[in-house]
Write a protein that binds this ligand. Structure first.
Ligand code: GLY
Length: 321
């Protein structure tokens, strides 16, 4: 195939403050790399960035290790409520669902809403849409997430968030971590798209709205696309994804936009991570937290951010060749 543009891809499975479970980085790589491989093959075959992003989000939502779809954390009342959004950079169309329950893949509802006159639906509206589309009822509860909730209930909900990765050892070490999944893609036509999906923070009040279904956590233009993961309130306060994307759209390089925006986030003591692509093919990631579970394909090989140094860090690779 005569490729006009070499596709690029970066995905994440959350961020947090340590990765100490048995297997650690190896186990997480085992989840992330097959997604990178499948979605990158789709991009090479000419699939659009938006469709590739939807497929990547489906795969990550289906992995019980991550806090989205199957394996979502439970809210304070013991229920799963999920939020997701998709933004096509070319059409600059944002769609989302907020606090939807009993569906396998929230990203599918969001994909349908891309061409709807009403593009962001909350709980009742999202449930009604799922019913109209005859989406099968699905319970994404896993034993580990239930145990995590019961343990936290016994401790009277002392922790502010659930674990980013669902692992027995995570449950035992009781470290607070943050979970969300995200996919950012640049297709062979040079088009960008981004999708983000989450079960929320875990143990939150009913009705709390996640950044993952807002432009603060998921945003794209024809110039750049960003997906965030971490404490939603911090991401919203920085309006982080939109902040980086607007800076690149106004002429800043992606690396500079990420460095400046993360320096501001660090100054404000925020706690989150983000992944990004621009239309030139530059890939970037950053974090103010200790770990960012991200993996990418730079056109030549797969890499990841699982073992980059602890603390505030912004990384970048490659431009289009
Ligand atoms: N970033 C996911 C959440 O806070 O809901």
């Amino acid at each position: 195939m005569d490729l006009k543009i070499k596709p690029k891809l970066i995905i994440h499975g959350g961020s947090g403050n340590s990765l100490k479970s048995k297997g650690g980085a190896t186990v997480v790589r085992r989840s992330l790399y097959p997604v990178v491989e499948e979605v990158y093959s789709l991009l090479l075959s000419g699939v659009s960035a938006a469709l590739a992003v939807v497929r990547g989000c489906q795969m990550l939502e289906d992995d019980p290790r991550f806090n989205a779809g199957t394996g979502s954390v439970l809210q304070s009342d013991g229920q799963i409520r999920m939020s997701a959004s998709l933004m096509d950079g070319t059409s600059q169309s944002f769609s989302g669902v907020i606090n939807v329950s009993r569906v396998k893949n929230p990203i599918d509802l969001v994909n349908f809403l891309q061409t709807s006159p009403d593009r962001v639906l909350s709980d009742f509206g999202a449930a009604e849409l799922a019913r109209e589309l005859q989406t099968p009822t699905y319970n994404g509860l896993t034993d580990l997430r239930l145990q995590e909730w019961i343990q936290e209930r016994q401790d009277n909900f002392k922790r502010v968030m659930a674990n980013v990765v669902a692992e027995q050892e995570m449950l035992e070490t009781n470290n607070a971590r943050r979970g969300t999944i995200g996919v950012v893609a640049l297709d062979t036509n040079g088009k960008l798209a981004v999708g983000t999906s989450t079960g929320g923070k875990g143990f939150e009040r009913i009705g709390r709205v996640s950044d993952s279904a807002m432009p603060a956590g998921n945003y794209a233009t024809p110039h750049a696309a960003v997906s965030c993961t971490g404490i939603g309130e911090d991401i919203i306060d920085e309006c982080f994804a939109a902040r980086v994307v607007v800076r690149v759209t106004d002429g800043m390089s992606l690396l500079e936009a990420m460095q400046r925006s993360f320096a501001e986030a660090d100054e404000h003591k925020r706690d989150f991570g983000a992944i990004a692509l621009d239309a030139t093919g530059a890939i970037s990631w950053g974090k103010t937290c200790e770990i960012l579970l991200a993996a990418y394909h730079d056109g030549e090989k797969i890499g990841d951010t699982l073992e980059i140094p602890v603390g505030t860090e912004v990384g970048s690779i490659s431009t289009q060749d």
